[in-house]
Design a protein around this ligand. Structure first.
Ligand code: AGP
Length: 612
């Protein structure tokens, strides 16, 4: 996924663009670039972080009040200065930035080369710039019409912004399957991938829809039309996002800030949705469709990465509490395997960013097959929140760290509310247990605080493990998905190979890996199957592994068997993942830091994968 920001107005564009790119850097950071129009197109592009671009830009004349900027996560062409965006047309008249993939770029490139165009980069994006140039010059079209003609021939996903040296008073934006937001300021306008570069200047935004093309004029007018040249009217929304939510606020990394925000964000995810005194739970998003959801033949979850781990926890929650059959699918697999889905099914898409391409595609497929599609999303106004039939926001606030932490526990909170709500309505949990669960859920934020107080112990254990080459995470029941999530956290920010596994399954192969060099992290808070997890630990100890265990506080037995042990407060078993994941988040954070890794922007990753 890439980050896009553009500005037209009466202020110098460069400072706005470069600061906007820093806010967007979490979306992709293998290279960055910008173009400022000041009589001529001044294009500066650099491999690496935005700070490299900043140094290079100051060697150029970047005065001007119209500009575009881009942070890249490479899809076509290696990360280097040439392949960085913006890409300019052959006649150096227009400059373009792009988030997405033009699937048919090779065919278009060959056609353009045949009529004399020459290319300098390996990217699909550069082809768009030349195609627009061709329509502009050959057919003498306006920039907007040339963009429309070019996009009619492009196949794939795009969010683009284009500027024209010969017309310093407009910028043109367009989107399909990649997000683009128009910021409406006082005599100034912004286009960006999300609201983070805009919110400092205005909270008035318009979320563009697929196939929208917006032309923004310096004189303070804008018009939005679709590919068929029909006028589109969108309401201006007022965001309640605050700038400080985008700052680190004294924490060394966004990831650490977001780990420590979890008592608050879990509370936010419950706000207005639970009341143990009055004895109710409600998810407003479900209410209009509650009959269809309660009587679903199956609930099918579609998600990726950490969100897929939340879905796995939801399988245990909903099948145990609401007795509705659940299937959990990787969205990338579901979208291509021609699944059997009908109107009797409910598909639940889970996504922090609300922009993950595979999850979007799975939603479209589910809708085509007649299922009701429910979205569980963090980013307000994101594509998934707008194409699903209904849904619930998790209200975790902006998650900037690439490794998802607070979004995971907020997803679990909403999924737990969903399961309790459905179980209560379907009568598959009695009223006593219902009350026990909602009291326990309301007490989770305070218990998360208690776990966070063990940061020093967890940091010490991280120091003992930081040089390990591999790690195995084992859990049973609700803690099996937590084992997968703990392993993913370690992998993605410390680059140590780690695997999550059902503890009992270890005997069917992975036990061959166990020796004194294989640390094994057990998530062993289970009440059910407690004796089984004890034997799993014994099996591992017998093969000289180093054992780290997450246990319920007061559990002396497992503590004595372990080399290192972290105790977490007791809670109802279905709520355990909300607590048992916290030590694993901190463990991976500290290990990555001790290994000198970039915790907030791990190599090769992006915050949201908006391409296949
Ligand atoms: C999790 O730490 C990763 N950043 C990644 O697996 C992420 O969960 C996945 O890409 C799904 O993103 P989404 O929730 O925004 O759809």
């Amino acid at each position: 996924m890439c980050g896009i920001v553009a500005y037209i107005g009466n202020k110098p564009a460069y400072p706005i663009i470069i600061e906007g790119l820093k806010r967007l850097e979490y979306r992709g950071y293998d290279s960055a670039g910008l173009t400022i129009l000041n009589g001529d197109l001044v294009t500066v592009k650099k491999k690496g972080k935005v700070s490299n671009l900043e140094e290079e830009s100051l060697l150029n004349n970047v005065d001007g009040t119209l500009g575009i900027g881009h942070t890249r996560w490479a899809t076509h062409g290696k990360p280097d200065d040439i392949n960085a965006h913006p890409h300019n047309s052959g006649n150096n008249r227009i400059s373009l930035i792009h988030n997405g993939i033009i699937e048919n770029y090779a065919v278009l490139k060959k056609a353009l080369e045949r009529i004399g165009h020459t290319f300098i980069s390996e990217t699909d994006t550069e082809v768009l710039a030349h195609l627009i140039e061709e329509y502009q010059t050959r057919d003498n079209l306006s920039l907007t019409d040339a963009v429309r003609s070019a996009l009619e021939r492009a196949v794939g996903a795009y969010a683009i912004v284009v500027i024209d040296k010969n017309d310093p008073n407009i910028m043109v934006g367009a989107r399909k399957s990649s997000p683009l937001v128009l910021g409406v300021g006082e005599d100034e306008y912004f286009l960006a991938s999300d609201a983070s570069p805009i919110i400092k200047y205005t909270n008035k935004v318009i979320y563009l829809n697929d196939e929208d093309i917006v032309t923004v004029h310096r004189d303070g007018t804008y018009e939005i039309k679709n590919l068929q040249n029909q006028v589109q009217n969108h309401a201006v929304q007022e965001l309640d996002l605050k700038l400080e939510e985008l700052e680190r606020e004294g924490y060394e990394h966004f990831m650490l800030k977001e780990i420590y925000q979890q008592p608050t964000t879990i509370k936010e995810s419950m706000r207005g949705r639970i009341n143990s005194e009055e004895g109710w739970v409600v998810l407003g998003g479900m209410t209009p469709f509650i009959k269809r959801i309660m009587n679903a033949k199956r609930i099918i979850f579609a998600a990726c990465g950490t969100s897929w781990h939340s879905a796995l926890v939801a399988e245990y929650l909903i099948e145990e509490l609401a007795r509705i059959p659940v299937e959990v699918e990787y969205a990338s697999e579901l979208r291509y395997r021609n699944p059997i889905i009908s109107e009797k099914d409910v598909v639940v898409a889970i996504s922090q960013s609300g922009e993950t391409a595979d999850t979007l595609a799975a939603i479209e497929l589910a809708k085509e097959k007649g299922a009701l599609v429910y979205g569980i999303v963090n980013v307000v106004g994101s594509s998934i929140s707008r194409i699903t039939d209904c849904g619930s926001y998790i209200h975790a606030g902006p998650e900037i760290g690439v490794a998802s932490t607070k979004a995971f526990t907020s997803q679990l909170t909403v999924l737990t509310l969903m399961a309790i709500n459905l179980g209560h309505l379907r009568g598959t949990i009695n009223s006593d247990y219902f009350h026990q669960l909602i009291i326990a859920l309301e007490n989770i934020p305070a218990k998360v605080e208690k776990v966070l107080q063990q940061n020093d112990l967890i940091k010490f254990i991280a120091g003992e493990l930081k040089d390990m080459m591999n790690a195995l995470y084992l859990g049973r029941g609700y803690n099996f998905p937590v084992a997968l999530e703990g392993a993913l956290k370690l992998k993605e920010i410390s680059y140590i190979h780690a695997e999550g596994y059902p503890a009992a399954e270890m005997k069917h192969g992975p036990i061959a890996l166990i020796d004194e060099n294989m640390p094994v992290i057990f998530i062993a808070t289970n009440k059910s199957a407690y004796d089984k997890i004890i034997s799993n630990i014994q099996e591992v100890k017998a093969r000289k592994a180093v054992v780290i265990s997450i246990v319920t506080e007061g559990d002396v037995k497992i503590k004595e068997m372990s080399d290192y042990c972290i105790e977490i407060p007791e809670t109802e078993e279905p709520l355990t993942p909300l607590l048992s994941v916290i030590p694993l988040q901190l463990l991976s954070y500290h290990i990555a830091l001790m290994r000198g890794c970039d915790v907030d922007q791990p190599r090769n990753l992006a915050k949201s994968v908006t391409v296949e």
